[in-house]
Design a binder for this molecule. Sequence first.
Ligand code: ATP
Ligand code: ZN
Length: 291
Amino acid sequence: MLATNGRLKLALQRSGRLTDESVQLLRSCGLAFEHSRQSLSSPCSNFDLDILAIRDDDIPEFVQDGVAHLGIVGQNILSEKQARTRALLPLGFGYCRLMVSVPERSRIRSVRDLAGLRIGTTYPATLRAFLKKQKVAAKIVKLSGSVELSPALNVADAICDIVSTGSTARMNGLRPLLTVMESQAVLVAHPQSLSDKRSGQLIERLLIRVRAVLEARGKRYLMMNAPADALPKLQKVIPSLKSPTVVPLAVSGMVAVHSVVAEDVFWDVMERLKAAGATDIVVVPIETIVR
Ligand code: ATP
Ligand code: ZN
């Protein structure tokens, strides 16, 4: 299943909203490679992997056809291209939603009101499936860009487009009506290369790394000193301290307590840990957690 050079190929977006985070994720996995907009393919110097940098729209087909064994692409593109790929893992970035918006002053209030109207979109397949499920018969106007202008140009009565905040829609005098799908970047694979021995092994090795990096995201390693008898109180403050590492200190009756905590709760609990008797609280970043 591997190409003649015996290396795995992973496709990512050459230049766009997914590029930086895709590159960062792979680098956090310890992969050393150059990424430049100019080159289509860059070899990893420390893993049997080549990185292919292409348009995000081409990624599902590349992976379906086995030109790339793996790809990083938005669920929105995957849904629209309907290529045969296996989604392995959501990656926690590239969040956006595909939404139907209508002109601010329009009378359209619900999905039912779209019946018989024209909806402009670059996502005809996804929209068609959604409307079918909703049992609404609307006309889909397939566009290739500038979707947000189509109501003003009287090409459409509503639009279906990707938004991350809704502010672009409002800027164009549009009001968000409903969400067709939520999306984030995912790692996808060519199904047969998972079952192939050599490429399957390489993919599994890479997956262990990606999972370990994702697992560590948003987590911090917490260390503190405390009187041994303060332990029950400390555990009440942080539920994840149920099975902390407790190490006796040279000073008798004192212990060091180590645990992993979510970074977003850390500041909330720090003062309470102090009040419960903890001192010398140290928080350090975690790069990977291998389970
Ligand atoms: P390409 O030249 O590769 O075709 P593009 O212009 O189609 O690039 P981008 O705008 O870079 O694509 O978006 C890439 C992906 O980023 C989208 O398909 C989607 O999954 C995700 N994304 C996240 N937030 C947004 C957003 N606010 N608008 C559009 N896409 C977003
Ligand atoms: Zn694109």
